[in-house]
Write a protein that binds this ligand. Structure first.
Ligand code: MGD
Ligand code: MGD
Ligand code: SF4
Ligand code: MO
Length: 729
């Protein structure tokens, strides 16, 4: 029997951390329904080695002094607690009124990164959105991984086709725009302990190349560090493709058989000039040639691209060229390269079953990416009158005023709504104008299978995310909130007629039989997913075996040979040169070299820290000393020219905003680039106690213009906008 919170005064629960996709196995000690200790679960066969202070202090968020414990309704400038019945009834009535006045698109949603760490949340939220029939869907993709989705769709036929890294067999790592020493080896894939494993390969002779404008913790350990100009990875990677194709270093068989479009690539690179590309990315031509040759001729190699590549207006092309390098040098589905892990659930097939008609945004006219529109479009969609104008909005696990471009513009738009609902633990910056705050449960307080990340792990792996403690009585899981809203709005959940009646009946049956499991909920879906999942050793996985493997379960060996069968392109080949990417690259080649606009001579880049998780852990005293904020890191030569000394307070400004923060003078960034971590400057309010909001550091995304975006991924220049810097006082 797996222990639960009720089974005794002191219990140990084995589960996993759901802050990041490293998914570290945890051993959680519980006494009286309180978490007293969180340690790595060293019996977990797949993942615990990345275990960090964020996981260790997760109970501090559960016990956050400002945690919202019951639904709270705004009355004037403050909040009063209300019952769930009141909350659901009022929200449903106001959303229904918005729909009656303006159609289904009048109701919008933004869902952030943590939503992806709860299958029940994502599935039931989409069920509710389909019930409402709204296209006003916004998510974190346009400020994170959209470039990858666009590339995966065009090259492999599915937005979810995410190749995983075979780190332990790799001889040559080309890591572009990623800092795995800090962020762990994860994005739309996860290699637990990936950075240590790469360093172990390095000890055995492997080469690590890090491409990053900042000398990061990872760059410091690398054999080669290329300090690229922000946003110009596309030029660097295109130059490498050119060297490889011009010198005949490609993998002939894969170029002829696995991939289509290699001739189009040859034509593209024939039109590009190496010196021009080298000047754009500001890496010496000789270094580019050397790395390209070493990469192409290494026995086993991989390119890995991440947020440092995607968060620019050139992000999709750079992301694409990273995949191209892997494909043309024969790195797909080969040891030491990038593999496809089928996992126990075929998420690609599941996602292909949802056939949505393309939708173009009302004002910008852009098509959805991965089922959602771009965050940069949201403010105008709220404030511009006309059919389809958003009047009611729900924020599910997100802080878009801090995570997205031009936070001030979004903040003003959110203030203009007729209804803003936030589901979260605490009231943060983006929830400032909320009419309703709905208390969420933490992953320590809920069970979840998290099945659809199954093929992102670097080996077939399954762990049931058991809850460690019961949530506060007033908190609710998102799936329950979305189901209640669908029922109250009389809209059929999942757009499935008859389902609402069935849900009501199952609830009544659960009450009568006093068996909560009888109620329709995500546990039904979890069981179905496992029962219909892939076979291992010729047998289907049994639910009781899932529960029995408390420390997690490696279902079988890492296998090669699944990549081709997973392709969803019509011809089952990799499309190495999608025409829209060729066109966009030619556009970029025709553009003049990047020049800072007058008055804004620096490029603003970003980095992460081990103890921050985007915007949501920066106020925890267990992770950050009180009063700590972010700083702006400036190269000594730039600092000298500005007359700025280490510790001085400076103003960083752009055409759309300005922030003040202390300067750190350091040789880590390349000249002309200043670094400010995102995620800071988010107020944490006190809707229950009425205390003043607390806020640490500055929101650097106030400086990012939301106007210019990558036309393919719809991402703004989050990590390459131009700014000015001046000393204050
Ligand atoms: N300039 C710049 N901007 C960036 C980035 C960058 O590198 N540079 N990185 C981008 C990336 S990669 C990301 S992922 C985004 C993040 O962007 P977002 O996802 O919009 O923001 P987060 O800061 O992750 O905020 C998540 C919120 O969800 C809440 N939350 C956590 N767990 C739960 C839960 O289980 N239920 C509910 N209801 N709420 C929960 C937290 O309290 C927090 O308020 O930021 C992006 N923004
Ligand atoms: N500790 C911690 N871990 C995390 C997170 C966190 O917030 N904190 N967030 C999680 C999430 S949501 C995500 S998406 C992943 C992200 O994982 P990563 O993408 O590895 O995230 P970062 O550590 O920000 O690394 C991005 C690197 O890109 C560099 N960079 C910036 N601009 C450019 C550029 O133009 N070109 C190149 N080549 N490099 C550039 C930055 O200097 C930075 O070192 O991390 C996850 N893990
Ligand atoms: S936040 Fe830390 S403990 Fe949690 S999964 Fe990521 S690396 Fe592991
Ligand atoms: Mo992210």
């Amino acid at each position: 029997m797996s222990p639960t919170a009720e089974s005794g005064p002191v219990t140990t629960v084995y589960t996993f951390c759901r802050y990041c996709l490293a998914s570290c196995g945890l051993e959680v000690t519980v006494a009286d329904n309180r978490v007293t200790k969180i340690a790595p679960d060293k019996q977990n066969p797949h993942t615990w080695q990345d275990f960090c202070a964020k996981g260790r202090t997760a109970n501090q968020l559960v016990e956050h002094p400002r945690r919202i414990l019951n639904p709270m309704r705004r009355v004037g400038d403050s909040y009063v607690e209300a019952s769930w019945d009141e909350a659901i009834a009022d929200i449903a009535a106001r959303m229904t009124a918005a729909i009656e006045a303006g159609g289904p698109d009048a109701v919008g949603v933004y869902y952030g990164n943590p939503a992806g760490f709860s299958s029940s949340n994502i599935i039931f939220m989409n069920g509710w959105l389909d019930a409402v029939g709204t296209h006003s869907r916004y998510f974190v993709g346009s400020v994170d991984q959209n470039a990858m989705h666009v590339v995966a769709q065009a090259m492999y036929g599915s937005i979810l086709m995410a190749p995983v890294s075979d780190v332990d067999n790799c001889d040559y790592f080309l890591l572009v725009g990623t800092n795995p020493a800090v962020s762990a080896w994860n994005w739309l894939e996860t290699v637990p302990g990936g950075w240590r494993r790469a360093l172990a390969r390095q000890k055995q002779g492997a080469t690590i190349v890090v491409v990053d404008p900042l000398r990061t913790e990872s760059a410091a350990k690398a054999d080669v560090h290329l300090a690229v100009r922000p946003g110009q990875d596309w030029a660097l990677l295109l130059a490498m493709v050119k060297v490889i194709l011009d010198e005949g270093l490609e993998h002939a068989r894969d170029c002829a058989d696995l991939a289509t479009g290699v001739d189009e690539l040859r034509a593209l690179v024939a039109d590009a000039d190496l010196d021009d590309l080298a000047a754009r990315c500001d890496i010496a031509r000789a270094d580019i040639e050397r790395v390209a040759r070493d990469f192409a001729t290494a026995r086993a190699a991989m390119v890995v691209t991440r947020t440092g590549v995607s968060l620019h207006t050139t992000g999709t092309i750079a992301e694409w060229l990273g995949h191209v390098l892997n494909v043309i040098t024969g790195r797909m589905d080969r040891p030491g390269g990038r593999r496809y892990e089928p996992g126990y659930v075929d998420a690609i097939r599941m996602s292909a079953m949802v056939k949505a008609k393309p939708h173009y945004s009302r004002l910008a006219g852009r098509e959805m990416v991965a089922g959602a529109h771009a965050l940069s479009e949201l403010p105008d969609e709220i404030t511009t009158p006309g059919p389809g104008q958003i009047r009611a909005m729900l924020i599910n696990c997100g802080n878009p005023v801090v995570s997205g471009p031009d936070g001030a513009k979004l903040d003003a738009a959110l203030a203009d709504l007729d209804l803003l609902v936030a589901i979260d633990f605490v009231q943060r910056e983006s929830h400032r104008h909320a009419h309703w705050l709905l208390p969420a449960t933490h992953w320590l307080e809920r069970d979840d299978l998290l099945a659809f990340t199954s093929n992102m792990h670097d080996e077939p792996y399954l762990q049931y995310g058991a809850k460690a403690v019961e949530p506060p009585p007033g908190a609710r899981q998102e799936w329950r909130i979305f189901t209640d809203l669908a029922l109250a709005m009389n809209k059929p959940l999942f757009g499935a007629r008859g389902l609402n009646g069935f849900i009501r009946a199952s609830r009544a049956a659960a009450r009568v039989t006093r068996r909560p499991a009888v109620e329709f909920g995500p546990h039904w879906i979890d069981r179905l997913v496992v029962a219909t999942g892939r076979k291992f050793n010729g047998r289907r996985i049994k639910w009781r075996d899932v529960k029995a493997h408390r420390h997690g379960w490696v279902l079988g060996p890492r296998e090669f040979g699944h990549f081709r069968e997973a392709l969803r392109t019509d011809d089952k080949r990799v499309h190495a040169a999608p025409p829209q990417f060729l066109d966009r690259t030619r556009e970029l080649l025709a553009e003049p070299h990047p020049q800072p606009p007058a008055g804004y001579p620096f490029q603003l880049s970003n980095r992460r820290h081990r103890h921050s998780m985007n915007s949501w852990l920066n106020d925890l005293p267990g992770l950050h000393p009180a009063g700590k904020g972010n700083d702006v890191v400036i190269h000594p030569k730039d600092a000298a020219a500005l007359g700025v000394c280490d510790g001085d307070v400076v103003r960083v400004f752009s055409p759309v905003g300005a922030i003040e923060l202390p300067a750190t003078v350091s040789e880590a960034p390349r000249e002309g680039v200043v670094i400010v971590d995102h995620g800071w400057g988010s107020a944490v309010f006190d809707p229950r106690g009425g205390g003043d909001p607390v806020s640490f550091g500055a929101n650097r995304n106030l400086l990012i213009d939301a106007g210019p975006v990558d036309p393919l991924s719809q991402t703004a220049a989050l990590s390459s906008g131009f700014v000015g810097v001046e000393r204050v006082g």
